[in-house]
Write a protein that binds this ligand. Structure first.
Ligand SMILES: *Cc1c(COP(=O)(O)O)cnc(C)c1O
Length: 373
């Protein structure tokens, strides 16, 4: 069925900078493992991009979350509050520590965890909150930070989808005690597979460095004071990341342009709810997403199937964590109506930085025809 002429991916890397040159340099100089100049250069450049003193590279965004939780000493019996509408890695990282993820529903306005519903989830076992900036729109951080301070909780920002997003002018990753990013191939910038942990706290940074390098004492070879992990990034991945990061302004502005192009073409359509951008937010628009309203007759899955037949790749919204088999019992029959509704009706549209104007017009024409039925 798929029409070769139009094969439009939902998210593809755009290697528009010096990635190839830097990778070749790794190969030519034989520095292909997890030491080499690109690791430090990428970490320093990323720290600067976030306006933060410490950035520690690692193998992916999932282990970035695991490292952040380990550095905060999360243990079995602890509870960590997470949004139910997120990618599974957010909740899995909590489970890796033997701790319990406690889910919070989304809010209608931003699709992020609802700050007003967090307080009711806090128990004597609660240690912290992982805030996710879903699809690139920042969560409403101020009430969350106030609540966390009142209760002595840590805040982790899972900024895997939100490189360069801003909340009241503050960049994503600079507001929590510790923050994590992903550089998977479909993210705003990529290293193939990769992640970063960012913090202003020197002690947390020290722990992350220790734990990601197998726990080896930096001053004593083969002395391991703790059980660590091999969560390092390779020099090759960092070389790609540095090439990407040098062009971050282009990547970010392309995503804003694509979002503006969709909004312009789709905003008159009552069958579609368009992605939020509150007055205090600068949305990174990782993936431009629409939610079908009640006036749309065709089902979400049918819309997606028809688009796929035209060579247009889309994705459904994340399945909320409380619905997944390994977490369902934790949700104890609680209801998450906003996340459920978004998850059932949301579609991620093609949003690669390389998306052409012509392809975007085609996606919108097809989508409008289907939903306006
Ligand atoms: C992609 C993503 C991750 C995990 O990143 P990987 O690099 O794929 O391990 C974590 N959290 C969220 C919200 C993500 O979107």
């Amino acid at each position: 069925m798929s029409n070769k002429k139009h094969s439009i991916p939902v998210a593809a890397p755009a290697l528009v900078g010096r990635e190839k040159e830097y990778v070749l340099d790794c190969l030519e100089t034989n520095w292909i493992s997890s030491t080499g100049q690109y690791i430090g250069r990428f970490e320093r450049a990323f720290a600067e991009f976030c306006g933060m003193p410490h950035a520690m590279s690692c193998s992916n965004g999932t282990v970035a979350l695991h490292l952040a939780l380990l550095a905060l000493d999360i243990k079995p019996g602890d509870e960590v509050i997470v949004p139910t509408l997120t990618y599974v890695a957010t909740a899995n990282a909590v489970a890796y520590c033997g701790a319990t993820p406690v889910f919070v529903d989304a809010e209608t306005e931003t699709w992020n965890l609802d700050p007003a519903q967090i307080a009711a989830k806090i128990t004597p076992r609660t240690r912290g909150i992982i805030v996710v900036h879903v699809y690139g729109h920042p969560a409403d951080m101020d009430p969350i930070l106030v609540l966390a301070q009142q209760h002595g909780l840590f805040v982790i920002e899972d900024a895997a989808e939100a490189h360069g997003a801003r909340y009241k002018g503050r960049i994503a990753g600079s507001m929590g005690h510790i923050s994590t990013f992903s550089f998977y191939g479909n993210k705003i910038i990529t290293t193939g597979e990769g992640g970063m942990v960012v913090t202003a706290d020197a002690e947390l940074a020290r722990k992350v460095r220790l734990l990601k390098g197998q726990g080896m004492d930096p001053n004593r070879r083969y002395w391991f004071p703790v059980t660590g992990y091999n969560y390092r990034m390779t020099n090759i991945a960092a070389a790609i990341g540095l090439g990407q990061l040098e062009r971050i302004s282009w990547h970010l502005s392309r995503r804003r342009e694509i979002a503006a192009g969709y909004t312009q073409r789709l905003s008159h359509c009552p069958q579609l709810l368009l992605p939020p951008e509150t007055e205090w937010a600068h949305n990174a628009y990782w993936i431009y997403s629409v939610v079908l309203t009640d006036t749309c007759v065709m089902s979400r899955d049918d819309v997606m199937a028809h688009l796929a037949a035209d060579g247009i790749e889309t994705r459904p919204f994340f399945v909320p964590m409380h619905s997944l088999p390994m977490f369902a019992t934790l949700a104890r029959g609680e209801k998450f109506p906003v996340a459920d509704r978004l998850a059932a009706r949301g579609i991620n549209l093609p949003s690669s930085a390389s998306l052409s104007e012509e392809d975007q017009t085609f996606v919108c024409e097809r989508l409008l025809t289907l939903v306006q039925g």
